[in-house]
Write a protein that binds this ligand. Sequence first.
Ligand code: NAP
Length: 294
Amino acid sequence: MSGATIIDGKAIAAGLRADVAASVERLGREHGVMPGLAVVLVGDDPASHVYVRNKDRETRAAGMASFEIKVPATTTESELLAIITELNARDDVDGILVQLPLPPHIDSGRIIEAIDPAKDVDGFHPINVGRLASGQPALVPCTPLGCIILAKSVQANLTGLEAVVIGRSNIVGKPVAQLLLAENCTVTIAHSKSRGLPEIAAGADLLIAAVGRPELIRADWIKPGAIVIDVGINRVPGEGGKSKLVGDVHFEDARRVARAITPVPGGVGPMTIACLLRNTLTAAAARRGIALAI
Ligand code: NAP
């Protein structure tokens, strides 16, 4: 093998954002609709503030309306539920995203269930989870959707591939496995209690790592010629006392064996916001019964 193709998540995300912006422009011109995304942020977590700022910038850049609702960490569950009820009722809000994690006194499950499923652009509401699992049209979680788009950038038709997902979280592992099933892959979901993980991984034509363990996956876990999508974002000590980001896959090891691989950073990460914008556009069109090819 001469070395893997590096899947350029930044470029693919930029292309998706441009496609979304073009559809937003068309929606405005033909139907007089401007999609709107409301992001609710509870508390002062600095990382969450950075995410919310980026979402706001990208939402506006795509030609959509962006509403930021920032409330203090002392906000009660019932106050937050009242905010969700108000956003559910607003016609200019097509997507509602509650930035997680929430402070411990708030039950995030209750908050997610209060969001109108038609505006649930994170795809975490049990109605959307159930729709995805039963093969019905659904708003799909953003990071898993990004993984599928990246895999299909290498091979448009994933039918028949042996896909292994390492990780079974509700936000990445389980939904990405459902999406792979919908793409006609044969799907194995592995997790911390799985036995013989390296052998399971080495059977994969398409390996998706969503573990949160820095560089767990080495060359001998990877089938020669596999497509490797690395969702992990792990901060580890780097050179000169600085920290750096690495994935769940040992990149330099894996690129010698794989056919294609996503880097960290610059792989799956940039896809998440692009898919959030796509979901907001999808929600805006679906709520109004408008058929829109994105
Ligand atoms: P999570 O909720 O902690 O789930 C991790 C999963 O990995 C669990 O299912 C766990 O198994 C499994 N696991 C942990 N250690 C393992 C091991 N040694 N061997 C096999 N399986 C193991 O994490 P998450 O939210 O899914 O996120 C996973 C990674 O993706 C993190 O690095 C996160 O930062 C990153 N992430 C990136 C994006 C993005 O790019 N935008 C978005 C979301 C997450 P059990 O279920 O048995 O505990």
